[in-house]
Every structure is written in C-alpha cells, then in structure tokens.
Design a protein around this ligand. Structure first.
Ligand code: IPE
Ligand code: MG
Length: 224
C-alpha cells in the first residue's frame, strides 16, 4: 500500500489525510477480496523501516491502526474474515498488541478470508529471526545442521501456516519489493499499479487478478 503521502500532497492536504483515506481503501479492498473469493490477503501496513519516519507521522499511523483495529473488528468478523498480524510485536505499543491478540482470538474460526496485516514487519528481519532460532536449536542439539531445510525455516517465519503469495500488488508506480515477504514471494507474480493507495479499490484489485490470470507461472521450468 503505497502513495498515501503523494495523494495528500496532490490535494495540498497533510499526509495524515492521505493515511485516513488509505484506511478507507483497505476497507474497500477487503470487501473486494471477499467478493472475488480470494482466500488470503496480506496488507503491508507498516514496515520495520517506517519506524524511521518523523515521530508525529508514526504516532498518527499508530493512532489509525488503533482506530482500525477497534472499530473494524465487528464488521470483519461479520464478513467471515480471520485476522492475523505478522511482524515484530515487541516494537508495538502494548495496547495495540492487545487489540491484535483480541482480534486474532475473536476471528480465529472464520474461514471466508484470511486477512494478514504486516505491522512493524521486515522480510530480512523475519529471516534473521528464524535463523537465530535455528542456530539456537542447533547449538542446543535439538536440530542437526543437515536437517535445516526450507520447511525448518518456514516453520520459524511469521507466516508459518500461510501459503506463499501467488500475486503481489504494489501501488503508486514504484517498482520495488521494499522488504515485503522476501522468502515467501520467491515465485510470486508482481503487478504494479500506478494508482495511489487511497484511490485503490475493488476495481483495481479485480484488474490485478485478471493480469495475474494472463500470466504463465513456470517455477523455473521450461516454456510449455
Ligand atoms: C503508504 O503511503 C502508507 C505507509 C507506508 C504507512 P506513504 O506514506 O508511503 O506515501 P508516499 O510514498 O509518501 O506517497
Ligand atoms: Mg511510500
């Protein structure tokens, strides 16, 4: 989700106004995913690098997150959405962690859409954290170096139990991964949409899925 700041700047509004509209785009996109029958949707809400933004902007984003988590859960639950969050919770405020845990607990039986929000998330950090756990298990004699395989690593990622993304969409015309699901997106199709995130909606999601359907996925095999 990129382009909130630019959306606001184009309208001579403060960046916070862009983030507010960004929350509405999240609402629309979640509804669109449910309508399209998408089973897993992961939103990159706040990266580990976003902590380096000016403190007032970080505070504003955390405030919006609080607002979203407390005001939206009932509606998400009604829609059959199961909510999860991935990322470094130790850096989030305790009340936000509590809201996340409550939302995860309340929606855990839902199966219509698995909505994962990446918060304080960085792909390199996620892999490093898994590596440290593996090193600890090897040092303690619980795991042999030769048994460290893809499954051993995946079990220690935040996303354990979630499928790898088929499609990764980035908005605002930037064509970068920016530390998103680095391990998991090894074979994902990438779609870049010029639209700024606050303008993103069901129609953009549908078009990205159509683009995905035109791609031929080969996973390193020869052209068929
Ligand atoms: C995305 O919009 C929202 C977050 C990263 C939280 P930006 O805030 O990155 O908007 P631009 O890139 O400055 O336009
Ligand atoms: Mg940006």
């Amino acid at each position: 989700m990129d382009g909130n700041g630019r959306w606001a700047k184009l309208r001579n509004l403060p960046r916070t106004a862009g983030h507010r509209r960004g929350v509405e785009a999240v609402r629309e996109t979640v509804k669109g995913a449910v309508e399209l029958g998408i089973a897993y949707l992961t939103l990159y809400g706040f990266s580990s690098e976003n902590w380096n933004r000016p403190p007032p902007e970080v505070d504003d984003l955390m405030g919006l997150l609080r607002f979203y988590l407390s005001s939206e859960i009932a509606e998400l639950h009604r829609q059959g959405v199961r909510l999860r969050s991935i990322g470094d919770r130790a850096r989030l405020a305790p009340d936000i962690v509590r809201l996340i845990e409550e939302a995860e607990e309340r929606t855990r039986e839902n199966v219509r859409l698995n909505l994962t929000i990446a918060l304080s998330y960085g792909g390199r950090n996620e892999i490093l954290r898994a590596m440290r756990m593996i090193a600890g298990d090897v040092a303690a004699g619980r795991l042999r170096p030769g048994d460290v395989d893809e499954a051993a690593l995946e079990q220690r990622l935040f996303t354990t139990g979630l499928p790898d993304p088929d499609l990764v969409i980035r908005t605002s015309g930037e064509q970068r991964i920016s530390n998103f699901l680095l391990w998991q997106s090894a074979y994902s199709e990438l779609v870049f949409d010029d639209c700024l995130w606050p303008d993103f909606g069901r129609e953009n999601l549908r078009r990205a899925v159509e683009e995905y359907q035109r791609r031929e996925r080969r996973y390193g095999t020869a052209v068929g």
